[in-house]
Design a protein around this ligand. Structure first.
Ligand code: FDA
Length: 367
């Protein structure tokens, strides 16, 4: 039997720990935060499951992943149909016939396509060279101005003219009246919150969890106590930034309890205007059709990543991709440590991708 040290109790580390433990291995999990579950952590406040690190909606078309996660949770029927507030007016997202009708007063897909085609003419067939041109080529000028420009500039802290086109490679545009944000077969919110899922995974008798423990502060000690390390922290930090820092975008979340039953009438509203410093407001009770007398909202402020903040979104531009490749080469030469999860792989992973990646590691490591 092997003794695994899993660094990080997020979804990746916890799936691996659970699978190793059920196969008879011993697992020690180290978590530097004061709670388990990483970024999917939910905390009950006023009877409402509050997503502490941003809205988390489980969605997947992967049959086996849906069955896997259902071992640990019961999911409700939540469908994500976010709205956007631009200059005080509400629009449906993702861009679909409802949005086009709200912007242009049109009613048919033919009229919407005609509008977009007319507006993309400004590019005269040129390949988009920046995000602004990319957006106009996909949805036309009006949708870009109303719903994309200021929001994206807040999010990235940069003019759309200076941002690369690839950021919005896959902008969802639909010529049907359908506000369901995700195209996946399965979607929902776990009725007891995400933390409960992780607690169940980590409650196996072969698993010991240490909270408030930073592996990197005592790397030698912890590594010596185990046969193999599964590391889900930042790969550049593990190697002491020897090739330089990988870039991230960060967010600050401000939670508020409000003595009112219903503040915005929906779980997610995006705020487009640049004068409003936050990009989103989440009203958590609507994820679970809550009927409580009070409500909890979270405002999401995009900020540049710096030490002390949480690295949320990897910036996978050519410079960082090259830098990551250098770290990856070092990682591939290791025999006693494996890197995984969104930070170890320097890749944005949805929850279903995270589980899939962890199960792939289980196959390689524990077969
Ligand atoms: P995660 O970051 O959760 O876990 C890593 C853990 O390692 C952390 O707990 C950290 O504290 C710990 N750690 C790091 N270094 C350490 C060290 N040196 N010592 C000890 N511990 C250490 N997905 C989706 O499917 N639907 C959605 O709606 C969303 N929404 C969403 C919103 C926002 C704002 C973000 C940023 C992301 C999402 N996601 C999402 C993605 C989702 O959050 C992601 O798939 C999982 O959190 C990834 O889990 P990991 O275990 O890889 O990382």
């Amino acid at each position: 039997m092997t003794h695994y040290l899993v660094v990080g109790s997020g979804l990746f580390g916890s799936v691996f720990a659970y699978e190793a433990a059920t196969r008879g291995h011993n697992v020690t999990v180290l978590e530097k935060r004061s709670h388990v579950a990483g970024n999917i952590y939910t905390k009950e406040i006023e009877g409402i499951q509050v997503h502490q690190y941003g809205a988390h909606i489980f969605h997947t078309s992967k049959e086996e992943i849906w069955h896997y996660i259902n071992q640990f949770a019961t999911f409700n029927q939540f469908i994500n149909e976010p709205m956007a507030n631009s200059k005080g007016k509400m629009y449906n997202l993702p861009f679909n016939m409802n949005t086009f009708s709200q912007i242009w007063g049109i009613t048919t897909p033919k009229e919407a396509k005609k509008k977009i085609d007319e507006q993309r003419q400004v590019l005269q067939g040129r390949k988009p060279s920046n995000l602004e041109e990319q957006a106009i080529s996909l949805v036309g000028y009006d949708v870009y101005e109303t719903l994309i420009k200021e929001y994206t500039e807040k999010q990235w802290g940069e003019s759309c003219k200076n941002l690369p086109p690839f950021i919005i490679n896959r902008l969802p545009v639909r010529f049907v009246y359908n506000n369901n944000y995700f195209n996946d077969k399965y979607q929902g919110i776990p009725v007891d919150g995400y933390t409960r899922i992780i607690e169940q995974m980590l409650s196996h008798p072969n698993i010991v969890v240490h909270l408030n423990e930073d592996f990197l502060a005592n790397k030698q000690k912890w590594a010596a106590l185990s046969d193999k390390v599964i590391y889900t922290g930042m790969i550049d930090e593990y190697y002491d930034y020897c090739f330089g820092h990988l870039d991230y975008r960060s967010l600050v979340f401000k939670h508020e309890v409000i003595d009112q039953a219903n503040v915005q009438g929906i779980a997610v509203v995006n705020y487009i205007d640049k004068e409003i410093p936050f990009t989103r407001v989440i009203e958590h009770k609507h994820f679970d059709f809550g009927k409580q007398n009070k409500t909890v909202i979270t405002k999401e402020y995009p900020v540049a990543f710096e030490k002390g903040l949480e690295p949320y979104y990897p910036v996978n531009n050519p410079v960082n991709s090259l830098l990551y490749k250098k770290y990856k080469r070092l990682a591939q030469a290791e025999t006693a440590i494996v890197f995984g999860g969104r930070l170890g792989m320097y890749r944005y992973l949805d929850m279903d991708d995270t589980i899939e990646q962890a199960l792939l590691l289980v196959k390689r490591e524990l077969a």
